[in-house]
Design a protein around this ligand. Structure first.
Ligand code: NAD
Ligand code: MG
Length: 394
């Protein structure tokens, strides 16, 4: 069988590490070409040595020398590049077939977009790219024959529950609704007056999933589900009124598709990102992922309920941004990234995250997004406003 060549962007993160784990279990099928990290030179050098990567990219240009030394110490022979130019190069290398886009936040946009421009198989974990540039990204992929395979567990589940012909439109295949499940995060049942006192460590301690810090906080505020609703809107070309969220604390049903005839198709599995990663890597084949098998008698209490938008306003704000369209999701995402960072640094309280996002959204003037420059400009503007607001409340 032909081996496929892969670049893993964000290789040292939670999704990146899980991707390399699945690759190592299927070493005959995949060749690692390029790996990237933000600051972790040591971790990146070890990965390069282990997978014999040809290109190592460190996003922070100040760490280029440190990466050289770390690679040398590991006996790794990878070429070094840095900064956004390095990430974009790794995404667009002609010999690369698959790009795992697993950088966190809007920082992943340019490299993920480059993978779409160069017609790669794009394994999309970096949901923020699609939230802020959904129209541009899906159009670019279509024009260049790039295939987007969702890695986010909900979207991967939805993809698995849809026939291939969904690309001709959800109506065409009889879909009525898409139901995204949400665990509800660590504070699902916490009274509103207690939410103000939660610490970053508590927010990052997710009951079912082991993830990076930013997405863990997003899961605790339910902003993650809000971003995912917008992600689903673009991935499946869904109308906003076709998208629904249900709280499912067990994280066994990863999402569902409801059809015109009353059928509801769900994808189930142990909460482990290696399943959606393996699915996206090998689609339409199936490969071993190393995931613990689901034991249904032990999981018999599967429950579903409506989300509480009063205690978790981020989800409402995301639905509003999706309906407003244009630059609204850009503002939402940028304000949220600034707020989450400030919360993780102990500068604002947990409840201030939605207040800050709402403040930025209320002042936002809706204007059209036509190209990448528009996205970057509105992203910057919202970050400036959100950062000023953080300073004011301190
Ligand atoms: P993480 O924080 O664990 O890892 C992020 C990776 O991106 C690291 O390799 C880091 O070095 C790199 N990175 C961070 N900032 C960067 C920057 N400014 N420039 C370049 N590289 C940078 O994050 P994660 O949990 O692996 O999440 C990655 C993406 O996948 C996010 O968009 C997240 O929403 C999505 N996702 C994650 C999970 C999960 O289980 N962790 C599930 C679904 C979707
Ligand atoms: Mg998800």
């Amino acid at each position: 069988m032909k081996t496929e060549a892969i670049s893993v962007l964000g290789a040292t993160g939670s999704v990146g590490e899980n991707t390399l784990d699945v690759i190592s279990r299927n070493a005959d099928s995949y060749r690692v070409i390029a790996l990237s990290a933000n600051h972790n030179t040591q971790g990146l050098a070890e990965q390069c040595a282990r997978f014999n990567a040809q290109l190592a990219v460190i996003a922070d240009p100040a760490l280029e020398n440190e990466l050289y030394k770390a690679l040398k110490a590991q006996g790794a022979t990878a070429t070094v590049m840095s900064g956004e130019a390095g990430l974009v190069t790794a995404a667009g290398l002609p010999e690369v077939d698959i790009v795992m886009a697993a950088i966190v936040g809007a920082a992943g946009l340019k490299s993920t977009l480059r993978a779409a421009e160069t017609g790669k198989k794009v394994l999309l974990a970096n949901k923020e790219s699609l939230v802020i540039a959904g129209e541009l990204f899906t159009r670019t992929a279509r024009h260049n024959g790039a295939q987007i395979l969702p890695v986010d567990s909900e979207h991967n589940a939805i993809f698995q529950a849809l026939p291939v012909a969904f690309e001709q439109g959800l109506e065409h295949v009889g879909v009525e609704r898409i139901i995204l499940t949400a665990s509800g995060g660590p504070f699902l049942d916490m009274p509103a007056d207690k939410l103000n006192q939660v610490t970053p460590a508590e927010a990052c301690n997710h009951p079912n999933w082991d993830m990076g810090q930013k997405i863990s906080v997003d899961s605790a505020t339910l902003m993650n589900k809000g971003l995912e609703v917008i992600e689903a809107r673009w991935l499946f070309n869904a109308r906003p009124d076709q998208l629904e969220v249900l709280i499912h604390p067990q994280s066994i049903v990863h999402s569902m598709v409801a059809y015109r005839d009353g059928s509801v198709l769900a994808q189930l599995g142990t909460p482990d990102m290696r399943t959606p990663i393996a699915h996206a890597l090998a689609w339409p084949r199936r490969i071993e992922s190393g995931v613990k098998r689901l034991n249904l008698p032990q999981e018999s209490d599967l429950s579903f309920k409506q989300p509480d938008l009063k205690r978790f306003p981020c989800l409402r704000l995301a639905f509003e941004a999706m309906s407003a369209g244009e630059n609204a999701p850009v503002g939402l995402n940028a304000a949220n990234e600034v707020a989450v960072e400030a919360f993780l640094q102990g500068r604002i309280a947990f409840n201030t995250i939605p207040s800050l996002v709402e403040e930025v959204m209320q002042r936002l003037e809706i204007s059209a997004i036509n190209n990448l420059d528009d996205v970057l400009m509105h992203d910057k503007l919202a970050r400036i406003r959100a950062t000023e607001w953080v300073k004011q409340i301190r």
